[in-house]
Design a protein around this ligand. Structure first.
Ligand code: HEM
Length: 415
């Protein structure tokens, strides 16, 4: 994403947010600034085959909707594609698109596998694996930071947690990218759907094996868990494992990649990190805010709800733009400055309220592991070509980033 909001952007009414190309053509900071100041609760017109929808760009409004799962439902979809289609086939079964009692029951069950306490042993492994991959990257003259380094990190962790055979993981990363975004406009929506089906089929086979032969991995936990004495349905097992593979991988990778680009482009912030002037935790939070990989989520209104100077009508689709909320000048002073010491930094990268990201701790661990490894092992970062941006109105990030990472002189690793 370009780093200033000074560039001109078309007026909100002229923009088609259903078209991924819009996000490549327009300076996004400038675009969201216009939304926030001119039309913070904006009605996006219907397309030839899709209904109109609300575009919420201010932090406070987005948080208010995220928090309110009584008047806004997740069961009609939570991203533009499903919201505009009017349904999500996983509704009522997969955590992210389930409300009410069943949401709480499944969430409590899954949280047991994702609490910081349970994941403590995993943290060291993430740091070690990140350092190994970065070590190899530093030793090479030039690498693709996406395909040679970052693609191998979160899926490695999720693969271990779910006990997915190592040989199958690269294929899952590829399917994930195709499901959530596209490498280019040449790829069709049909290919995204096919990739989603491939992952689901893959997991159903694995789940059947685990039910017959459980281990101590998260997939086995889901496959053998009971709620009030009843096992989860096959769909619940498969769809929730799928959401871990999908949710755990793509967004995390995109934050790490965007973080490297931000550090390379802001030498003073890189210096502050290297010198220990700021903590790796604070740099991690700023990287998360700065990159905001999941640009939006959404809901459907169940009743009429006044918001700002508008009234959302029952049945309306409401989209919440984290990519804008995280740069709202009312909440983040000087929002277009990448400031690794920013505090407070209450971004909504992981959403807010009842559906707050189940993997937020794990996402943070991954970004933090890269920040610490870069600080310790890399003296300088050179971007060797323009990063290749993803074609998506949901995930912002990159599918290629050629870099040269200069090594810290031996014995001078910063810790
Ligand atoms: C929910 C973003 C990492 C699994 C969410 C939500 C956001 C989000 C914004 C809220 C969606 C909503 O309100 O509709 C991110 C980002 C990540 C990340 C930016 C990385 C930087 C992870 C990881 C996992 C994960 C590592 C897996 C362990 C989930 C699940 C939900 C969720 C299962 C649904 C929670 C619920 O509905 O109760 N994520 N996520 N995410 N995320 Fe993440």
């Amino acid at each position: 994403m370009p780093v200033t909001a000074r560039a001109a952007a078309p007026e909100p009414a002229a923009l088609d947010l259903t078209d991924p190309q819009t996000f490549l053509d327009v300076d996004q900071h400038a675009m969201w600034r216009r939304f926030r100041t001119e039309s913070p609760v904006h009605w996006h017109p219907a397309g030839p085959d899709t209904p109109g929808f609300w575009v919420i760009s201010r932090y406070e409004d987005a948080v208010a909707v995220y928090r309110d799962n009584k008047r806004f439902t997740s069961e009609k979809g939570t991203v533009l594609t499903t919201l505009l289609r009017g349904h999500d086939s996983a509704a009522g079964k997969m955590l992210a698109v389930t409300d009410g009692v069943r949401h709480r029951e499944i969430r409590n069950l899954m949280l047991k596998s994702f609490s910081p306490r349970v994941l403590a042993p995993v943290v060291d492994g993430v740091h070690r694996h990140t350092r190994e991959l970065l070590g190899a990257a530093v030793a090479a003259d030039r690498v693709d930071f996406v395909t040679d380094v970052v693609d191998h990190i979160p899926m490695h962790t999720m693969g271990d947690l779910l006990d997915i055979p190592a040989a199958d993981r690269p294929q899952l990363v590829e399917w994930n990218t195709r499901t959530l975004s596209r490498h280019s406009s040449d790829e069709s929506e049909f290919e995204s759907l096919m990739a989603r089906n491939e992952i689901l089929l893959y997991i159903s086979q694995l789940a059947a094996e685990r039910r017959a032969n459980p281990g101590d991995d998260v997939l086995s936990t889901l496959a053998t868990a009971t709620i009030d004495g009843k096992p989860l349905s096959d769909d619940e097992i498969v769809l929730n494992s799928y959401s871990l593979i999908l949710g755990g991988d793509e967004s995390t990778r995109m934050s790490i990649i965007g973080g490297l680009i931000a550090l390379a482009g802001n030498p003073e912030q890189w210096r502050r990190l290297k010198s220990g002037e700021v903590t790796s935790e604070s740099a991690t939070e700023e990287i998360l805010r700065w990159t905001t990989p999941a640009m939006h989520f959404g809901r459907r209104a169940l009743v009429d709800v006044p918001l700002g100077d508008q009234v959302i009508r029952a049945g309306d689709v409401v989209t919440l733009w984290n990519a804008s909320a995280n740069f709202d000048e009312d909440v983040f002073p000087d929002p277009y400055t990448f400031d690794v010491g920013r505090s407070p930094n209450k971004h909504v990268v992981f959403g807010h309220g009842p559906h707050f990201c189940l993997g937020a701790f794990l996402g943070r661990v991954h970004v933090n592991a890269m920040v610490e490894a870069l600080r310790a092992m890399v003296a300088d970062i050179a971007l060797l070509g323009p990063p290749q941006r993803l074609y998506s109105n949901f995930i912002q990030g990159y599918s290629g980033l050629p870099v040269a990472l200069g090594a810290e002189p031996a014995g001078e690793e910063v810790r």
